[in-house]
Design a protein around this ligand. Structure first.
Ligand code: ARG
Length: 464
């Protein structure tokens, strides 16, 4: 008969009365942190291997514990494990079950550690692997955008500032802007991995331990670069959680901005892109409607990501060092952010596969709004030795004249151009041509067709 009786909390030898049932209900975290079971078991196995190597536990006990832990892992994987709220969290649930399987020797597993270092170790390992999953998902999305960009190098559309026609661009140039955003996200997630790569295991509750443990050994076993430096900081620190939440928020914000672009471009007023029926929904009353609900979902979910970041920042704000129950919420916050972000990246990917540019309308819109006026001003500077401000004034006068006469720039006669600026000749019509305008933006990072082609190639090579 094991001393650690079933249905008894681990601290039953000290705390004689049952905790209030209301607190048991709200204070347990098993429904959330059972997601850490694999990491918890890996951490415990590395821990007992180290305890054996350091002659703190015997060979036999180490093997028994590892046998029990492997059995538990299988049980959980096969849905045969009964999680109990009375044991609070994943750590206690596993330890309790270990007692049932191997008996009293399970009592050695918690030598020289505390749940305080255990939980951060599990959590860091979990965030590492989920970060990798997010990166892979982002890579797929980037590849998809690159393919779409490649097909749309010659698709001309208006580039907007203030949502007003600004200068003509290639649609691929917009798409490549999204590639830049997601590439930065990928880099940010990767940088986070470097920062969280220190092993918390072995700092115990907050002081370290009097046992002769080897934290370098567990670091290596669990894939960390080195042990953390200060035991108090280690159990208090959730910077790696904030990094994850911030990076996810930025990524989510990128998704939201793209969603907003698409919502606007899909609106009846703009009508620049089409969405297939796979990514729209209907209205319950207006039979004609096809609404971009999925894009709106993406934009909305960004609010949740920011909220989660601020929940965690607020939890940490006034918290004295070291561990407090407040910290337990970190996992629910991260899991929610993680799941929503992965879904959102996949949804955006699906939307891109079901979106096509309305090329005719893009060209039509790009042909309005005196969109090549800047090209004309630049031409005057380059060919008629004018200062840019002078050229701006002349071009504004031409635009005003055209607007007054309800004409587009390319509908003005050479005589009309010359009336305002006598130096202008027949070349002016070429200068204000949309394609010519785009192709002239050859400065590094500009929208010229050649630049875009090169940039797509560069990213395609990088992503292979
Ligand atoms: N479930 C707890 C959490 O996630 C584990 C750490 C508990 N430590 C403690 N001293 N109560 O925060």
């Amino acid at each position: 008969m094991t001393k650690n009786k079933n249905n008894e909390t681990i601290w039953g030898s000290r705390i004689k009365n049952h905790t209030s049932s209301l607190f048991q209900k709200v204070g347990n975290s098993i429904d959330t942190d059972k997601r850490l079971y694999k990491e918890d078991i890996a951490g415990s196995i590395a821990h007992v291997e180290m305890l054996f190597k350091q002659k703190i536990i015997s060979f036999k006990i180490k093997n028994k514990i590892i046998y029990g832990l492997n059995k538990i892992e299988k049980e959980i994987k096969n849905n045969r494990f009964k999680f109990k709220k009375t044991y609070e969290d994943i750590h206690m649930n596993i330890e309790k079950r270990l007692f049932q399987i191997i008996g009293d020797e399970a009592g050695y597993v918690h030598t020289a550690r505390s749940r305080n270092d255990q939980v951060i170790t599990d959590f860091k390992i979990w965030i590492k692997s989920s970060t990798k999953e997010i990166s892979i998902t982002l890579e797929k999305l980037i590849k998809n955008i690159l393919n779409l960009a490649e097909k749309n190098i010659n698709t001309i559309m208006p580039g907007f500032t203030h949502l007003k026609n600004a200068q003509p661009v290639s649609f691929a140039h917009y798409l490549m802007a999204y590639v830049e955003m997601f590439n930065r996200d990928k880099k940010r997630f990767k940088n986070n991995l470097d920062d969280l790569n220190e092993n918390p295991l072995g700092v115990a509750a907050l002081t370290g331990t009097s046992f002769d443990i080897d934290r370098y050994y567990t670091s290596k076993k669990l894939g960390f670069k080195k042990p953390t430096n200060n035991s108090i900081d280690t159990v208090s620190d959730r910077d790696f959680v904030l990094d994850f939440l911030y990076t996810s928020s930025v990524c989510s914000m990128h998704i939201s901005r793209i969603a907003e672009d698409f919502i606007i471009w899909n609106s009846d007023g703009f009508n620049l892109i089409n969405l297939t029926d796979k990514v729209v929904t209907g209205s319950s009353i207006m039979p004609q409607k096809k609404n971009p609900d999925l894009l709106e979902y993406l934009r909305g979910k960004t609010g949740g990501a920011y909220g989660n970041l601020f929940s965690m920042l607020t939890i940490l704000k006034g918290l004295p060092l070291s561990y407090f129950k407040d910290l337990q919420d970190d996992k629910e916050i991260v899991f929610k952010t993680n799941d929503t972000l992965i879904d959102s990246i996949k949804i955006l990917d699906e939307i891109l596969k079901n979106m096509s540019p309305n090329k005719k309308r893009m060209l039509e819109l790009a042909s309005s709004g005196y969109i090549t006026a800047t090209d004309l001003a630049d031409y005057l500077v380059k060919n008629h030795s004018m200062s840019f401000r002078k050229a701006y004034e002349k071009t504004a006068a031409i635009v005003n004249f055209a607007e007054k006469n309800k004409k587009k720039l390319n509908e003005l006669t050479l005589e009309e151009f010359k009336k305002i600026e006598p130096k202008l000749d027949h070349n002016v019509l070429k200068v204000i041509d949309l394609k010519n305008s785009i192709n002239s933006k050859k400065s590094y990072g500009g929208t010229s067709f050649d630049n875009i082609k090169k940039m797509i190639m560069k990213y395609k090579k990088k992503n292979d």
